[in-house]
Design a protein around this ligand. Sequence first.
Ligand code: 57M
Length: 355
Amino acid sequence: MFYHILYEYFDINLFKYITFRGFYALITAFFLSLLFGPYLIDRLKEFQNKRGGYVREDTPDWHRMKKHTPTMGGVLVLIVVFITFLMWSRLDNLYSWLVLITFLSFGAIGFFDDFVKIRNKKGISSKLKFSLQFVVAIVVSFVLYIYPKFSSVLYVPFFKNLTFDLGVFYILFMVFIIVGASNAVNLTDGLDGLAIGPSLISIATFAIFAYIAGNVVLAKYLYIPYVDGAGELVVFMMALLGAGLGFLWFNSFPAEMFMGDAGSLSIGATLGLISILTKQELVLAIVGGIFVLETLSVIAQVGYFRITGGKRLFKMAPIHHHFELSGTPEPKIVVRVWIISLLLSIIALSTLKIR
Ligand code: 57M
C-alpha cells in the first residue's frame, strides 16, 4: 500500500526500494507481534483451559507441565504477516499473492485442526488434513506451471550447468515440496523454539536468494536463474521474519504459547513455495536440513520397527525426543539445533559462489 500511495502517487522514492520496505516490514511485524502477543496468549489460555488443555498421553513426563500452554499461537504470525504485507508490499506482484494465499490457506487448515484438537484431542483425520493440503498445493502449482514467465527447469546446486527440465512433472514436484516442507516443519515442532528457530534462519536465507534471483545483474554475476518479480518476495519474507521473531519472544523456553498447526503448516508450506519461486528447490534440503533430519528419523524409526517386528532405533522419534529421553535439557537441544541450522544456512549460501 505504501508503495502505491507514497511512491507511485506522491513520488517519494524511498518507498520504491525492496530493501527499505523489507527492513521496515520486519520492524513493523516484530512490534505488532509484541503488541498483540500478550492479548492473544490470554485469550487462547481462556479458551483452551475451559476445555481442559491438550497434551498427548504418551508424551515425555516433563511435557505434561505444558498442558496449559496455549497452542494456536501461529494465528499471531498469520494476522501480523497479513497486516504487514498489506502495508509494505507491492500489491501487483503475482508471486507475493501466491505466497500469501498459500501461507493463509495452510494456516487455515492448521487452525481448523488445532481448533478441533482442543475439542476432541485428536484433531481432524490425517486423510482430511492431507487432502486439504494437496488441494491448495495443486492449485498453486498449476497456476505457476501455466504462468508463461515461470520455468519448469530444475537447477542443481553446486553445478553451473546441471539442469533438468521436468516439464509437466514439475507440477508434481512442486506439490511434493510444498506439502513435504509443511509437514516436516510440523513434525519438528515439539520443543520450545525448536521449529521457529530453523524456520527463521531458512526464511532469512531465502530472502537473500530471492533478492539475488530478482536482480538481473546479481543473478547473472552469480550464475543463478533470474526470476523476474522474485525480488518483491523479500518484503513478504521480512514480514514473516519479523512476525516469527516476535513469536519466538513468547515461544522461547519456557514457552508462553505454541504455534500449533496453524503456524507450523503455514510456515513450512511457505518455505517450500519460496524455494520453488526462487528456483532453489534443492537448496531447501540444505537450509532446512533440520526438518529433513527430523522427518527421516521418523521414517527410520517406523521402518526399523516394522522390519525388526517391534524394535526401536531411537528411544523415541522424531529425534528431538530421543535426545530429551537421553537426558539433554530441552533448551540445550534447541540452541544446538539453531547452531546447526545456522551452519546449514552458510553452506546453502556458499552455493551462490561454488558453482
Ligand atoms: C507435531 N506436536 C507435538 C503444539 C505444536 C508420525 C509421528 C511421528 C507424528 C508425530 C506428531 O504428532 N507430530 C506433530 C508434534 C505437540 O505440539 C503441538 O503440536 C503443534 C505442532 N503441530 O505447535 O501445539 C507437543 O510438543 C510439545 N511442544 C513444545 N514446545 C513447542 O514450542 O514443548 C510443541 C511446541 C506439545 C508440547 O508437549 O504438546 C507433539 O509431540 O504432540 N508424533 C510424535 O511426535 C510422537 N512420536 C511418536 O509417537 N513416535 C513413535 C513413532 C510413531 C515414530 C516412536 O518413536 O515409536 C510423540 N509426540 C508426543 N509424545 N507428544 C510421542 C511422544
